[in-house]
Design a binder for this molecule. Structure first.
Ligand code: GLU
Length: 446
C-alpha cells in the first residue's frame, strides 16, 4: 500500500476501534488501489478514499419486543447508510446473533462497490440486528420485525434507502417488515423493500438470483479459460438461499453438487444433492442438514466435525458467511485439484486464503462481483415497481445473465488494463471503485 492509502487505512482503524471485519474489507479494497491513485491524482486531491470510508449516516436503535412467554426482549438494530452517490442506499438486513456495528459496516462497504459493479443506479447500505431467529416462533419473528420497522421506517423510502434480505431475513421477514411500513406510512410504496413475494410487488428470479448469479459468473470465468461447469464436481458451503440456488444452477449447467453444510456440520452425497429434499428440509421445515442425510438412507453421509473443504472437488462455492474458508482450507482445496473458487457469500475467504488460491493460479471470483446477482435483481425489482409492471421468469433471468456477463467482462478487462490479467479481485475493486470515485467528485463536497 502506498503512504496515502496506508494513512487513510490507519485512520479507519483508529476511528472504528474493534471492528475487525470492517478493517478487513477496507484493506482488501485498498490493496488494489495504488495504481488507480497513480493514474488519477484527482482522487487524492479530492480526498475520495477518506470520504468513501466514512458512512454518510449510521443509525443504531433499540428494538423492544415481547416473546411468547410475555417476557420483554431487547435487541439492537442497525442501518449503516454508507454511500448514496450512485443511487438510494441499497443492501440487505441481517438478523444473526453475531451482528454488531463492525459486521454491518463491512457489509455496507462491500455493498458500495458491488452495487457499482452491477451497473444499476443504487448506492450502498446494510442493516440488521443481533436478534437470533433460530428457535423463535412465527409470532415472535413477526413482533420483532414490526418493532424493528417501527423505528427504521423513518429512514427508508424508495428514493432514500431500500433494504432487502440477508442471513436470517427471507421472504417471510420482508413480508412482516413491508406490512408494518405500509401500516405506519399509509402508503403502498412497493419500491421501499426488495425480496417481496410475487403477489405483492416482488420479482420473479429474485429468490434464485444470488446463487444463480454466482454460478453464471463462475461459468464465465471458466469459459475465459476454455473450460466449463459441465461434468464438474462442485461443493457449496451453507444451505440457505444462496447455497440452494447455486446448487440448482450448477446442476442445470451439468455439474454435480456433492456437498453442502450448516452450522451443525456438512453432508456429502456423491450422487449429487437431491435439491427438492434439501429445499423441503431447509426452506419448509427449517431443519438441519443432518436431517437430509437421515432421509437419504445411507446414500449420503453427515459429518459433525472436520471441514466441508476437506471433500475433494473441482469447484468450491463458499456460500455461508464471512471468513469461513481459511488458509488451511485453501491449501487442502489446492492439493485436491480445485480449479475455481467463487464467493457466493460476502467475504467468505480470508485474505490469506485468497492469496494462496491466486498464487496457485486458481480462478478466484470475489463476492462483490460473483454474488452481485442478488442485489442486481433487487434493482430489477425496483424497476418493475416503478413502472407498475411484472416481468416473466425467462426475461428476468436473461437480464440477470446479461448483468453477470457484463460484470465478468468489466472485471476481466479492468484487470487486463491494469496489467494483471485474470486477477478478478483487482478488476472488481478497481472497476467498482472508479465509478463511485468519479461520482463522489462530480457531486462536490457533500
Ligand atoms: N444481501 C444481499 C447482498 O449481500 C442482497 C442485497 C439487496 O438485494 O439489496 O448483496
Amino acid at each position: 500500500m502506498d503512504t496515502k492509502i496506508q494513512e487513510t487505512y490507519d485512520t479507519v482503524v483508529r476511528r472504528n476501534p474493534g471492528e475487525a471485519e470492517f478493517h478487513q474489507s477496507v484493506k482488501e479494497v485498498f490493496e488494489s488501489l495504488s495504481p488507480v491513485l497513480e493514474r488519477n491524482p484527482q482522487y487524492v486531491d479530492a480526498a475520495v478514499l477518506e470520504r468513501i470510508c466514512e458512512p454518510e449516516r449510521q443509525i443504531i436503535f433499540r428494538v423492544p419486543w415481547m416473546d411468547d412467554n410475555n417476557n420483554v426482549q431487547i435487541n439492537r438494530g442497525f442501518r449503516v447508510e454508507f454511500s448514496s452517490v450512485l443511487g438510494p442506499y441499497k443492501g440487505g438486513l441481517r438478523f444473526h446473533p453475531s451482528v454488531y456495528l463492525g459486521i454491518i459496516k463491512f457489509l455496507g462497504f462491500e455493498q458500495i462497490f458491488k452495487n457499482s459493479l452491477t451497473g444499476m443506479p443504487i448506492g450502498g447500505g446494510k442493516g440488521g440486528s443481533d436478534f437470533d431467529p433460530r428457535g423463535r416462533s412465527e409470532g415472535e419473528i413477526m413482533r420483532f420485525c414490526q418493532s424493528f420497522m417501527t423505528e427504521l421506517y423513518r429512514h427508508l423510502g424508495e428514493y432514500t434507502d431500500v433494504p432487502a434480505g440477508d442471513i436470517g431475513v427471507g421472504g417471510r421477514e420482508i413480508g412482516f417488515l413491508f406490512g408494518q411500513y405500509k401500516r405506519i406510512t399509509n402508503r403502498y410504496e412497493s419500491g421501499v423493500l426488495t425480496g417481496k413475494g410475487i403477489t405483492w410487488g416482488g420479482s420473479l428470479v429474485r429468490t434464485e438470483a444470488t446463487g444463480y448469479g454466482t454460478v453464471m459468473f463462475t461459468q464465465e470465468m471458466l469459459k475465459a479459460k476454455g473450460e466449463s461447469l459441465d461434468g464438474r464436481k462442485v461443493i457449496v458451503s451453507g444451505s440457505g438461499n444462496v447455497a440452494i440456488y447455486a446448487t440448482e444452477k450448477a446442476t442445470q449447467l451439468g455439474a454435480t453438487v456433492i456437498a453442502c453444510s450448516d452450522s451443525s456440520g456438512y453432508v456429502v452425497d456423491e450422487d449429487g444433492l437431491d435439491l427438492e429434499l434439501m429445499k423441503q428440509i431447509k426452506e419448509v421445515e427449517r431443519a438441519r442438514v443432518s436431517e437430509y442425510a437421515a432421509r437419504r438412507g445411507g446414500r449420503a453421509r453427515f459429518a459433525e466435525s472436520g471441514s466441508i473443504w476437506d471433500v475433494p472437488c473441482d469447484i468450491a462455492l463458499p456460500c455461508a458467511t464471512q471468513n469461513e474458508l481459511n488458509a488451511d482450507h485453501a491449501r487442502t482445496l489446492i492439493k485436491n485439484g480445485v480449479v475455481a473458487v467463487s464467493e457466493g457469500a460476502n467475504m467468505p475467504c480470508t485474505p490469506e486464503a485468497v492469496a494462496l488460491l491466486q498464487d496457485a493460479g486458481i480462478a478466484f471470483a470475489p463476492g462483490k462481483a460473483a454474488n452481485a446477482g442478488g442485489v442486481a435483481t433487487s434493482a430489477l425489482e425496483m424497476q418493475q415497481n416503478a413502472s407498475r409492471d411484472s416481468w416473466d421468469f425467462e426475461y428476468t433471468e436473461e437480464r440477470l445473465q446479461d448483468i453477470m456477463v457484463g460484470i465478468h467482462q468489466n472485471c476481466a478487462e479492468t484487470a487486463e488494463e491494469y496489467g494483471a490479467p485474470g486477477n478478478y479481485v483487482l478488476g472488481a475493486n478497481i472497476a467498482g471503485f472508479t465509478k463511485v470515485a468519479d461520482a463522489v467528485i462530480a457531486l462536490g463536497v457533500i
